[in-house]
Design a protein around this ligand. Sequence first.
Ligand code: GAL
Length: 665
Amino acid sequence: MTSPFPSSPFPSFRFGGDYNPEQWDPSVWDDDVRLMTAAGVTTATVGVFSWAKLEPEPGRFEFGWLDTVIEKLHAAGIRVLLATATASPPAWMAARHPETLPVDERGVRLGFGSRQQYSPHSRVYREFAERLVRELAGRYGRHPAVEAWHANNEYGCHVSESFDEESVSAFRAWLEAKYGTIEALNRAWGTYFWSQAYASFDEVDAPRAAPTFRNPTQQLDWKRFNSDGILELFLMEKAVLAELSPGVPVTTNFMGFFGELDYWKWAERLDFVSDDEYPDPADPRAHVHLAATRDLMRSLGGGKPWLLMEQSPSAVNWRPRNLPKPPGANRLHGLQAVARGADGVLHFQWRQAEAGAEKFHAAMVPHAGPDSRVHREVQALGAELAELSQGPVLGASVDAQAAILWDWDTLWALRQDANPARIDYLATVMHWYGALLRRGVVVDFARPGARLDGYGAVFVPALHVAAPDELDALAAYAEAGGQLVVGYQTGILDRDLHAYLGGYLGGAGSALQRTLGLRVEEFAPLPASALAGDEGPGSEASVVGELAGTATEWQEFTVVDDAEVLARFDDGAAAGEAAITRRPAGGRGAAWYVATQPGAELFDALADRVLTDAEIETPFAAPVVGVETVVRGGVRFVLNHTPKPAEVEVLGRTVTVPAYGVITL
Ligand code: GAL
């Protein structure tokens, strides 16, 4: 990622939110600006859904209202994150160019009347979008109020694929560019199975609704193609902005571990990373996932500061039951982002909508008005961030001593059907992440193949899909002295989704098999998975040995040639087989294999041993649930995500953190 600024992209912590003045009578705008100023708002994200207002008829642009809004904000010293407004095309596009509307896998064309109703590969959409961006950039590209560009909005959120003819021909072209010959595609897709062989690219289709299991590699390529195609939309906008608004950074808002776009490929094209997160107040474990998304955003940007583009000041409107954020929780979530590398906390949205599908979504100025709990908390957070801007945190990096591998091909492959079991990759990764969070260990997420040498320990849960050289790199990391901890379902398939033969973890004689001292012969999933959402608590087995406790999700038949068996399954289909192994590698390095999903206590015991061997400092001497700690810019944040005050020992010092509170040391 290229950052336009050496440390922070911003002069102070950004604070504010989406501002949709076009939904209101202009008589409200002065009040907005007055309240924003009082609340310490530095930044308003303007125009995200205003295409219909900006271009009421094709080619007729109306910028007067936006001129006024930008001038008012500018006069008050509020910077503008200007949206390119391409996220929701106007009614005229659907009416005059129905071919721009997306088509689902059953061939149903989606209608107008919500948002994001465009096929990502529609040439007509692309032409209109590019023209709109050109008009906006030409008009505001050098305006002093414009701090950055917000391209589109949450690319792929509702529509990440379309099965229209234009998209399918683009898919064929993408495949032809990738494979060169139809024979190469046939080999990669394994099409001699079920008589699927193609004679030419013209015969290839998108993976539409089909009688039964669709070709796995076709499905994976379709995901990759759509991620790349939507990235083209971003790059098209970015090119126009670079031309007409030079030097102004361009971002777009990610959605954490979003399942449709390969953000590793995307992030390198953004000037800074930004993210939207909506933790569920009803979920007591939401903070684990939330902390992980913060770490992912920092990692996507190569460690550089990122921006929390959206969070809700309180309830959302899109879950079956929308609980409010408890008092303090919005500050807690904002400061969690800051502690984990964000240089700004923005919200959806500034003023709560009066009408439309989001009228019950909380906002910085709620229906109740500024004299309200939510708005008072907003004001306090604005003041706190302004004060924090004076200290060493802004622009500072966050040190992570461990890494977890994360891979979108694996996510896509494990979401397909016809797998050894339903394996929820994200939940699996979160389970591992949680064990490190409980000890206060900060992790980066790393892309397979990335450099790992700076980390004391590297964790690899369920890296189902990996190229041989990516698996070799893991072995090399352990041989170079790192603690490598590999979980079940790693190294099963190559990037064409062909099984590794001669034992999993990369196939017969692979470097990873040698470094681990074992190969996996057969899977034995436990009957029910809690992680993949089966009914009930999920099955359990016991493991016994030097490490003993409960095993969940998985067992395996493993051939251990040359590793110490630290735990064996005591019951279940694979009773007697190795559950956790360790083999010394180069220097002080070791390669650990975990053939199951350890229960929390067993995980904690395992993590303890690995972290000790890696000489990674654990701020919490014993595992702590619901409280996290992280250092940024020399400031240690301790954050309590529970409804009760928490007394915790951090590096030998006992501190009390209020319910949903944050303290800094
Ligand atoms: C986001 C979106 C916003 C708003 C918000 C509501 O996904 O970017 O425009 O809809 O959700 O939670």
